[in-house]
Design a binder for this molecule. Structure first.
Ligand code: PMP
Length: 355
């Protein structure tokens, strides 16, 4: 059987998640806040009234209109929905990637760009970030010029480094190639910055976002905003009915109450600042600035593995970044949680680092 599995896929490692039964889960950039309790009974009633024997609206017209209203998306663009933005990243590569094509991204960045490139048998080229996770303009432009990629991914801001890339460089990239340039704005709820308005200047620039980081990770809803010439093609690769009827209803409901759903965002942002300061006080940690709902740290006095294991033993799960890229060997990524979760992290960290 394995002879039949393409070499490129056999060499891949599936996307990593760690099974966890502890109480403080700070590994996946989930929001600590879900649907507010005050909305629960209304939502239950709505979900109870849905005919699950019927397929969902394949176009999800109502949900798309809500997205347009809440995020001020112009009618000049079309929206493609995904079962999480992961699925959209796959649709993009199915369209323009594959054998003989090149996918380009700064690296380290979100691991699915490369995983999808590999299993669709495209060539993936990562342009290494410099110290401080900065992208060198000259190095980047040289790679774009040389590779003429079919698709470029910018995580804006970047996961796992937490910083932005220069938007002018993203626009310049779109000018230089015929391929599609994706601004992956998974952390938009926290960063507030977008390339959406730049789309008016570039037909090959598209924006991908998700509701996952705003308290709705379990829903798996991503949306892509692109020019109609591209959207028409993307739609051909989207599985019919890829967003289930309960998910459509729940997401529409959430968007109808968006201010309440987002009421935890400010708290996460102020906790991010508190946590950054507190983490910086450990002499064995170097803390990177973040425009997201996670904080990346470099461990200096001991190993990241020891810190990761020590926290896990104390019921706190974070993400180790070793293995992703040589520059992340001794790095960890910590999602910002609710105040009591962050307190639990800090006290576990004191024990681990003092022991
Ligand atoms: N893009 C980036 C940059 C991410 O960090 C993530 C999730 N960690 C995703 C996309 C995928 O998010 P989802 O599939 O939950 O929408």
């Amino acid at each position: 059987m394995t002879d039949l599995v393409h070499q490129q896929i056999r060499e891949l490692r599936a996307y990593q998640t760690v099974p966890f039964t502890g109480s403080v889960k700070l590994d996946a950039m989930e929001s600590p806040y879900g649907i507010p309790e005050s909305l629960n009974s209304k939502l239950q009633k709505l979900l109870g009234s849905i005919d699950v024997n019927r397929y969902p609206d394949p176009e999800a017209a109502g949900l798309k209109q809500k997205l347009r209203d809440v995020f001020q998306i112009s009618d000049s663009y079309l929206i493609t929905l995904g079962n999480g933005s992961d699925e959209l990243l796959q649709i993009i590569q199915l369209l323009v990637g594959g054998y003989g094509r090149t996918i380009l991204a700064p690296q380290p960045s979100f691991s699915m760009y490369e995983i999808i490139a590999r299993y669709t048998r495209a060539q993936y080229i990562g342009v290494d970030l410099d110290v401080g996770f900065e992208l060198s303009e000259s190095k980047w432009l040289e790679a774009v010029e040389k590779q003429q990629p079919a698709c470029v991914f910018f995580a804006y801001p970047n996961n796992p480094t937490g910083n932005f890339f220069d938007p002018a460089l993203i626009e310049k990239t779109a000018e230089m190639i015929d391929g599609v340039v994706i601004s992956d704005e998974a952390y938009f709820a926290y960063s507030g910055r977008s390339l959406l308005s730049a789309m008016a200047r570039h037909e090959n620039l598209a924006v991908v976002r998700t509701l996952s980081k705003s308290g709705l990770a379990g829903l798996r809803l991503g949306y892509m905003i692109s020019h109609p010439v591209w959207s028409v093609e993307f739609e051909k690769l989207r599985m019919p009915y890829n967003v289930g009827v309960l998910n459509q209803a729940c997401a529409t409901f959430a968007l109808d109450h968006w201010d309440e759903i987002c009421s935890g965002i400010d708290s996460v942002l102020s906790e991010r600042e508190r946590l950054s300061v507190a983490l910086s006080s450990f002499k064995d940690l170097q803390v990177y600035p973040s425009e997201t709902n996670f904080i990346t740290v470099q461990v200096t006095g001991t190993t990241a593995m020891q810190v990761f294991d020590g926290l896990k033993d104390r019921g706190v799960l974070i993400r180790k970044l070793a293995g992703m890229h040589p520059m992340l060997e001794n790095h960890l990524r910590i999602s910002v949680g609710a105040p009591q979760e962050n307190d639990a992290l800090l006290s576990a960290l004191s024990e681990v680092l003092s022991g």
